[in-house]
Write a protein that binds this ligand. Structure first.
Ligand code: F6P
Length: 475
């Protein structure tokens, strides 16, 4: 067993919750990442003397643990080759497409698997060093699936939770993975394995039963030594009141008006906001819209589609290909259908601060979120949180986890272009009363189930886990 540290709560995630910023004079500083996970976990981290273990970005740089804004951060170094093999390779060219319905073909490379094991072991060792006796360790996401068991081998005294932020696929797809059993066994090191949806938990339990051969009963798995592992659904959310406050601020209100004015004060603004990822269904959505402009349903003088695409994983081949395809589509659509000062699609390949996002959400009459597959999708929840005016329509893919909660959206199948076109037109021509009715219901859901409730719910259950008695040693 490794010597223990002093943190009562340890978060293990691929990335640290801070981004490195280099000022004009060359000084390095850290800025809090915008993600909701950080703000959700920050209060519990402070109460519990928490530590966060993650990759600080960059390569081959040994950084000592440091405290930033009162949070204990423990950097894990990756070499340039590990970034290629563990992050871009196994995490994002093997697991990511495999877990997202094989929307792109997953690549299975043995040297990537070796790097994945090595990096997971490094994260587990770091967690074992910083966790206090009996501490809770919460491991996050697909990049870290071997950490739970590696950590349990080092520190059997810990309470270990795991949460998967992306979908967990059915056996029919998961079984393609040459290292399927090792991944399942890695996850089984946790006391609780969390997913967004009950379907993900069921897929996992079924795989454990059929592939690993452990006993299962509903959401409970019993290991041969008697240790129980629970698989459950914990749908993540956003800091809804924070987004609403932002949306209500005079600055955001002014900015929302300025955005509409800059767009030529159109009658109707449609909005898409995504990481530029092939799972997000950006291409079919823009095609559906372009057809509606081409057939005269929408006129570029009165309607515009604003698509924000945040650059992501730009060195992975599949992402490069998709970017080229979307660039070409937008160029063709605007060339064919746009007029001077009136593009059909206003395309922004960039990332923006939360304030600008809130202003865009307020400026948009229809938010279009059409992933082929998405674990949850937080953009649609952010849109709903910002619409305190109870206005705004949401067109949402039935394959986003969020569709299970936001059933009042106009739900669409992103593979069905005609179906998407019909839903966009319905949303665009809906009675304002109907829009308000739907938005009110969605707002109730989002405000009642925020990210704080998600985090405390999971951690309360983890805290309640009874430690296993150490095995009696026979002489
Ligand atoms: O949704 C999965 C996820 O890994 C998030 O946790 C993260 O914010 C996003 O994708 C971007 O991932 P990356 O760390 O690869 O930039």
């Amino acid at each position: 067993m490794t010597a223990s540290g002093s943190a009562d709560l340890v978060i293990v995630a691929n990335r640290l919750p801070v981004d490195r910023v280099v000022d004009t004079d060359g000084t390095l500083r850290w800025r809090r990442s915008p993600g909701g996970l950080v703000s959700a976990l920050e209060p519990v981290m402070r109460v519990h003397q928490g530590a966060w273990i993650g990759w600080p970005g960059g390569t081959d740089e040994e950084l000592e643990p440091f405290v930033e804004d009162g949070l204990q951060l423990v950097p894990v170094t990756l070499s340039a080759r590990e970034v290629e093999e563990f992050y871009e390779g196994f995490s994002n060219a093997t697991l990511w497409p495999l877990y997202h319905d094989v929307v792109a073909k997953p690549l299975f490379k043995r040297e990537w698997w070796e790097a994945y094991k090595r990096v997971n072991q490094r994260f587990a060792e770091r967690a074992a060093e910083v966790a206090a006796p009996g501490a809770m360790v919460w491991v996050h996401d697909y990049q870290m699936q071997l950490v739970p068991q590696m950590l349990r081998d080092l520190r059997p005294d810990l309470k270990i939770g795991f949460f998967l932020h992306i979908p967990f696929p059915p056996a029919e797809l998961f079984n393609q993975l040459p290292w399927r059993r090792q991944v399942l066994e890695g996850l089984l090191g946790a006391d609780i394995v969390g997913f967004h949806l009950p379907g993900g938990a069921q897929n996992f339990v079924r795989l454990v039963r059929t592939r690993v051969g452990h006993k299962t009963h509903r959401d409970l798995i019993t290991l041969p030594d008697g240790r129980p592992v629970r698989a459950g659904a914990y749908p993540i959310s956003i800091d809804a009141s924070d987004f609403e406050d932002l949306a209500r601020s005079p600055e955001v209100t002014r900015r929302a008006e300025a955005i509409r004015k800059a767009l030529g004060n159109p009658k109707r603004v449609l909005l898409g906001v995504d990481r530029l990822d092939y799972t997000k269904g950006i291409y079919p959505r823009l095609r559906a819209y372009a057809e509606l402009v081409a057939d005269g349903t929408f006129d570029v003088e009165a309607t515009v589609f604003v698509q924000v695409a945040t650059p992501s994983r730009e060195r992975v081949d599949e992402y490069r290909r998709m970017r080229d395809e979307i660039d070409m589509l937008v160029g063709r659509v605007n060339g064919d259908l746009g007029r001077i000062g009136r593009p059909a699609i206003s395309y922004l390949h960039s990332s923006y601060p939360r304030e600008e996002m809130a202003a865009l959400y307020r400026a948009a009459d229809i938010m279009v979120v059409t992933p082929y597959r998405d674990g949850m999708n937080l953009v649609c929840k952010e849109y709903v949180a910002c619409r305190y005016d109870n206005d705004g329509a949401l067109v949402l893919s039935e394959f986003a986890g969020a569709a299970h909660e936001l059933s009042q959206a106009w739900l669409v199948n992103p593979y069905d272009i005609n179906g998407m076109k019909a839903a966009i037109v319905e949303a665009a021509t809906a009675d304002p009363k109907e829009i308000t009715r739907r938005m009110k219901a969605m707002r109730k859901t989002v405000s009642e189930h925020d990210v704080d409730r998600w985090a405390t719910g999971f951690l309360d259950e983890l805290d309640a886990v009874k430690p296993m008695k150490p095995p009696i040693r026979r002489r």
